[in-house]
Design a protein around this ligand. Structure first.
Ligand code: FES
Length: 168
């Protein structure tokens, strides 16, 4: 597991490096890639991002620490952030969030025993008319119900199994 030399990320890394005038400006998108690979922004990911951008790892670490969208502790492969702010709550988000934790047997902020899913609640994600909704690794999934969510969980489990067998 690495981001440097990993064909899965090569195109995206090159795309970000080409997009900015100075390499160091690509630090945030590269940190997202590191988080995607490792499930959190871990020391290896920080070192690799620093190496790609010719920065000192401590500089990269301080940027990761400043922004809440980077996790500095391990998370599941799929980070499920359920919006439970008031407009969503009025459309059943609290019940959905409670059901999801029960379904995955996790506490708030916890990770499922198989390491696949971390569930936490968040404030408004600006998709209030599409509740219940969540973001999974920063992609919005909207108009959820229990059936749709069960299908998604099974799809993500299959995806992860495919990826670990080397055929995505
Ligand atoms: S309150 Fe949930 S997206 Fe706005």
């Amino acid at each position: 597991m690495a981001i440097i030399g990993n064909p899965k990320y090569e195109e995206r890394i090159n795309h970000h490096l080409a997009k900015y005038e100075t390499k160091r400006s690509a630090v945030m998108p590269l940190l997202y890639i590191a988080q995607e690979e490792y499930g959190w922004v871990n020391p290896e990911g920080i070192k690799e991002v620093a190496q790609i951008l010719n920065l000192d790892p401590t500089q990269v670490k301080s940027i990761a620490g400043f922004y809440t969208m980077y996790s500095e502790k391990p998370k599941g492969k799929y980070w499920l952030q359920v919006c439970t702010d008031l407009p969503c709550a009025l459309k059943g988000a609290d019940e959905f969030h409670a059901w999801l934790k029960e379904e995955l047997q996790v506490e708030e902020g916890g990770t499922s025993a198989d390491g696949m899913f971390t569930v936490e609640h968040v404030m408004c994600l600006a998709a209030c008319d599409k509740a219940p909704m969540l973001q999974c690794n920063f992609h919005y999934v909207e108009n959820l119900d229990q059936d749709k969510m069960r299908d998604l969980l099974s799809k993500w489990r299959q995806e992860a199994a495919g990826a670990s067998n080397g055929h995505r």
